[in-house]
Every structure is written in structure tokens, then in C-alpha cells.
Design a protein around this ligand. Sequence first.
Ligand code: MG
Length: 227
Amino acid sequence: MKPKVIVFDLDDTICQTRWIFEKQMKTGAEYLANTLGEKNADGWLTEIETVNNKLFEIFKVNPKRWVKLVDQIAGEADQNIKERAIDIFNQIYFEPLPFVDGAEETLTKLTNNKIDIAIHTHANADWTWRKYEWLGLSRFFDKDKILISNEDNHKTAASWKRVFGELNCLPEEGMVVGDSPRSDINPALEIGVKECVLYQGGEIWSVHQMEVPKSVKVINDIRNILD
Ligand SMILES: [Mg+2]
């Protein structure tokens, strides 16, 4: 049966996002190794990744966690060095992001076939609207189809429920497509979405990893969502 609405996750489902975090964390590690020494860039990178994973559980996707991270790993350092490090991490939110391979083609096809589509993201709102511009998402989604949850929380069963309510679609009549078992698939299953598709074409951040039931369709190419 054709889903009434397909709700997509945005980051690493429609646009490639993980790489910019990795790039800027590596740049930050090199900067701290060059200015503060103490350990080499690999050592700094390990520390950044460890602290970032911990802070993610407290600050979720809110970009303010980078300020906290720099305070934790380089609290004693000169203020200018700390500010420069924060700038490097904040650059994450200003670099244009490309589509996931096949996503633009898939959205074009769904739009041409008049299938209702929407996005549910918990990323920072300003950043989300930048992605909307960079990717030309207005070709596929009116602005009211971009449903942004509070960046101070993960996507949860409650946020998925709200999204389906706003889209006037019962969860069991819709479909959810996302790359995160934790934020997309499992909470969507919890509210009764029967068709959940886990996209595993990219690398997933460890904090999103979780078991999903065997009933979940797993794809490695986003073009295969309706196959
Ligand atoms: Mg995602």
C-alpha cells in the first residue's frame, strides 16, 4: 500500500552531514596540537570525540555543546586559543552540505508521483534552513513540511507523534525513513508506524546505534525506499 506521507530524517538520510563533523573535529585537534601541544593531533581527536559523545547526552544537538567541550578539554588555555577552537567547531554549521547519493533523484521521483513527503529533524533551526537553501529543498518541500523538534532533545516517540499529528496522518498510514535506530526508527515504531526504513548507506555516529527489530526494512541505497 502506498504510504499517505513519507517522513524523512534530514541529516545523513537526505543530506550528507557526518563528514563535516569529522572534518572540523580533525581540524580542531590539529589546531590544539599545534598551539597547546601536550599531545599529538590523534590524541586530541580521541579526547574531542570522547567528550563530544558525553556532552551529546546532555546538550543533544545544540551547537552550544562546543563551548562546553572546549572548556572541558582546554579550560586552562588562553582565551584567544579557546575562541579560535570554538570557531573551528562552529564552522560545521556554515559549510554547504551535499545530497546523500541518490536522495535528490528519489525526492524528484516522489514529487513527480505526487507522494506526500516531509522532513522531521532535531537539528538547530537556523542550520536546517541553511540546508534548505543549499540543497534547493523548496523544489520538494513547502516550508510547513519541514518539522523541527527542539534541538535540546533527541527525536522521541513524542516528537514523532506530534509530527504525524501536524501532517494529519495516522502513524500506521505513514512511512518513516532515517539513518538513526535511536532517533528515527525505534521511536517511530513505538508510536505505531508500520513501515520504517533504515538507511545504512553512510557511516553512523556511535551514539545513534541501537538494535532494530527484524521487521524493519534496511537499505543501503536511498533510491530503494519504495522497492
Ligand atoms: Mg540522521
